[in-house]
Design a protein around this ligand. Structure first.
Ligand code: GAP
Length: 542
């Protein structure tokens, strides 16, 4: 399996991802996309928007769908009226449990601290760690040795008991050596921590002007439901899509971009008749899984996990996660790429009547100690009237909610491979190659003159210009051609086009396929049509 640090180093070296504000030491949980990364992530977003929204055929009934449906989009603000988050439940419920270390003054997410029991010198302690999976054992061993005042050569005196497990499974925190502590029992009992970033709107800065950076894009869609209905003549069933930044003050951001504090979501709220909502849930679950498969996440590292009934909210009849076995996770563990949730009418009713209590069934308004609504809704009518049947109802919602950064990271992990390719003398050389789907590749083709003389650069530049009008292409004439191929392999460029001695005689160029290394000749004038064919192999979009 690919080691994560190889991918991290490639991402940095080739300009896919950098730490945010790196020259000042970086800021934990924030990442910048470099010149290649920005193109890759844009392609992920554009593939999603094209496949889900602009390319959607409103007239056809897709396989597995109960009927045809419309798709439309929105782009809402990051800061919204604070009441939105009270009615959505984020103000009261969007918490993680954290523990503080009284010695190191560090704060950790309770469920993300792991560790192992160890016994030495008649004492048994739980050594906790937040190190990445590959470094966990080294970290706990080093700290256990220090705690028991043993040297590295005495590591055999440490009797490890059981495998790594998470801190919530440890009943007594007084036996725990915190991740950066030297003494036992320095971790506090778990406490709740709201993940929303708070800010202030306007110059006054008091509690009345407090607002939040959105922790999800979904709520912008719910509060605009009526606007979209009234302005665009859509009829149920239909979906509203949105791509945008979301912010969560994660207690322990980790695993590269997987858990960041600023990230991008790609969300759909699909509004349907309650009687059809289960069929639509199945449809979206299968369709979203097929989208990842189509773009290259084929194989056993991708899976769909249905939540068990006990994990579901009372109002939801189904939730499934699309998960990927990221290489930084312990073997057998999967990380969430996307959740597909049946949300019933919880959101629209909460924004209409006031915050509902998600523990009730059927859903009831949440009340305060005086029996008044805990958080008032907008009072606006968010029901839908079917103009053909005359029926009025609150639509049910199916929500496929994906992360653009997690998808980008999964595509990078899946694409990374090492193999051998012949150099210019035909000798096999190790190479690193990103086997990205051509739709996602930052550069679609690179154009090279074999040497920088004999008129080759001029022809290569003409080819480059003719392609540039249609695709993202790159021109390179510097250094040995083998090295230029290697650089494009690392960037994930699916095709390289080379102008050589034969071009001068017959106006043909070679095209080299990144994955198979096959090379063939095409006429200079056919480069655009050949590349169009190669990049759109006619595979059905999902
Ligand atoms: N509206 C539903 C919602 O926001 P979620 O499961 O909390 O659901 C949806 O988030 C997706 O957003 C996740 O599947 C993941 O891809 C992405 N996501 C959530 N938190 C993230 C984080 N801290 N860093 C990167 N991506 C994140």
């Amino acid at each position: 399996m690919m080691e994560m640090d190889k991918l991290v180093s490639l991402c940095r070296r080739r300009g896919f991802l950098f730490q945010s504000s790196e020259i000042y030491g970086g800021l934990n949980g924030f990442w910048d996309y470099g010149p290649l990364g920005v193109e890759l992530k844009r392609n992920v977003r554009e593939a999603w928007w094209r496949d889900m929204v602009t390319g959607h055929n409103d007239l056809a009934t897709l396989p597995g769908a109960p009927e045809s449906f419309e798709m439309t989009g929105l782009d809402c603000t990051i800061i919204m009226h604070p009441q939105v988050w009270k009615c959505s439940g984020h103000y009261d419920l969007f918490h993680d449990q954290m523990v503080d270390c009284r010695e190191s003054k560090r704060r950790y997410r309770y469920d993300q601290v792991r560790g192992r029991w160890v016994e030495a010198k008649g004492d048994r302690i739980f050594v906790a760690t937040v190190a990445e999976t590959a470094d966990e054992q080294d970290d706990v061993q080093r700290r256990a040795l220090k705690y028991f005042n043993l040297r590295a050569k005495d590591a055999g005196e440490l009797a490890w008991d059981g495998d790594f497990h998470a801190l919530p499974q440890v009943p007594d925190l007084s036996r725990v050596l915190g991740p950066e502590a030297t003494q036992l029992g320095t971790l506090t009992e778990p406490r709740e921590f709201n993940l929303m970033f708070k800010t202030f709107v306007g110059a006054l800065g008091g509690e009345e002007s407090a607002a939040f950076l959105r922790p999800e894009t979904a709520q912008g869609i719910f509060v605009n439901f009526k606007n979209v209905l009234d302005s665009s003549r859509v009829r149920i069933p239909f979906g509203i899509a949105q791509i945008g930044k979301s912010f969560r003050n994660e207690i322990t951001p980790r695993n590269f971009t997987f858990r960041s504090r600023e990230f991008e979501q790609m969300e759909i709220e699909f509004f349907c008749h309650p009687g059809q909502s289960n069929q639509w849930y199945q449809f979206w679950r299968d369709r979203r899984l097929a989208w990842y498969t189509h773009l290259g996440l084929a194989g056993e590292r991708l899976r769909l996990r249905e939540h068990a009934p006990a994990e579901l909210s009372h109002y939801s009849t189904g939730t499934a996660d699309i998960e990927y076995a990221f290489p930084f996770l312990p073997p057998g563990d999967y990380g969430e790429l996307e959740g597909i949730a049946h949300r019933g009418d919880f959101d629209l009713r909460s924004h209409m009547e006031g915050k509902l209590d998600p523990r009730t069934c059927p859903l009831e308004l949440e009340k305060d100690a005086d029996g008044k609504p805990r958080w008032r809704g907008s009072g606006k009518d968010l029901t839908y009237r079917d103009d053909q049947s005359g029926e009025r109802y609150i639509p049910h919602v199916i929500e496929p909610s994906a992360g653009a950064d997690r998808a980008t990271l999964a595509f990078l992990c899946e694409a990374y491979s090492e193999d051998e390719a012949p150099d210019e003398h035909g000798a096999p050389q190790k190479r690193v190659v990103l086997k990205l789907h051509p739709r996602l590749a930052p550069i679609k083709a690179a154009v090279f003159p074999l040497v920088k003389k004999d008129g080759m650069p001029e022809i290569a530049q003409d080819v480059y210009l003719s392609l540039k009008a249609h695709f993202s292409v790159f021109y390179d004439e510097k250094g040995a051609v083998g090295r230029r191929y290697r650089r494009q392999d690392e960037a994930g460029t699916p095709f390289c086009i080379t102008v050589d001695g034969q071009t001068l005689a017959d106006r043909t160029v070679t095209i080299r396929d990144r994955d198979s290394l096959r090379q063939w000749r095409v006429r200079v004038d056919d480069c655009v049509s050949e590349l169009t064919k190669l990049l759109n192999p006619g595979a059905a979009r999902v």
